[in-house]
Ligand binder design. Structure first.
Ligand SMILES: [Zn+2]
Ligand SMILES: [Zn+2]
Ligand SMILES: [Zn+2]
Length: 160
């Protein structure tokens, strides 16, 4: 490996194989329904709703879908994305602590890892007496694609 393959991976963050290894590595069995759900998540792409997953894996019972979502959230393989209207979507986790930047128009989601808020958390812990365990940070805006689409048309036919 001599410095190859540095292209950013914007879509599927991990292959089904990698996801299966994460599940077995955390002491859980990769059952047929779980494998079917991982495949469905890959097909659904960047982010998806629980209902979308139920529909995409018709062979898997609804209760199993929700149980598996909870399992994958618990072992950090999946994250919840809170859209700006409060709706929850799911997204395969890129691994490690990160946050999401979400397009408020088209719902596109990107991860970002930089999270320089330790001072704020320390100050908050001091002020409130909380033992802080976790935090969530979602950032909303318009993605570059949406900005382009919303820009006044630049190629209107000149004249009539
Ligand atoms: Zn995430
Ligand atoms: Zn957008
Ligand atoms: Zn953070």
């Amino acid at each position: 490996m001599t410095g190859a393959g540095s292209a950013p991976d914007h879509r599927a963050v991990a292959s089904t194989d990698v996801l299966e290894r994460r599940i077995s590595g955390s002491g859980h069995r990769v059952t047929a329904p779980r494998r079917a759900l991982l495949d469905a998540m890959q097909r659904l792409g960047d982010h998806f709703t629980a209902e979308g997953l139920v529909e995409a894996a018709p062979a898997v019972g609804r209760a199993t879908v929700f149980r598996t979502l909870r399992l994958l959230l618990g072992i950090g393989t999946l994250c919840q994305v809170v859209l700006d209207d409060g709706a929850i979507e799911y997204r395969l986790a890129s691994g490690g602590h990160h946050h999401h930047i979400v397009c408020s128009r088209c719902g596109a989601v990107n991860d970002f890892a930089s999270c320089d808020i330790q001072d704020l958390l320390d100050e908050l812990a001091r002020r409130t007496g909380y033992d802080i365990e976790a935090h969530r940070l979602e950032v909303y805006g318009r993605c570059a694609q949406c900005q382009r689409e919303l820009r006044p048309a630049e190629r209107l036919p000149a004249g009539g």
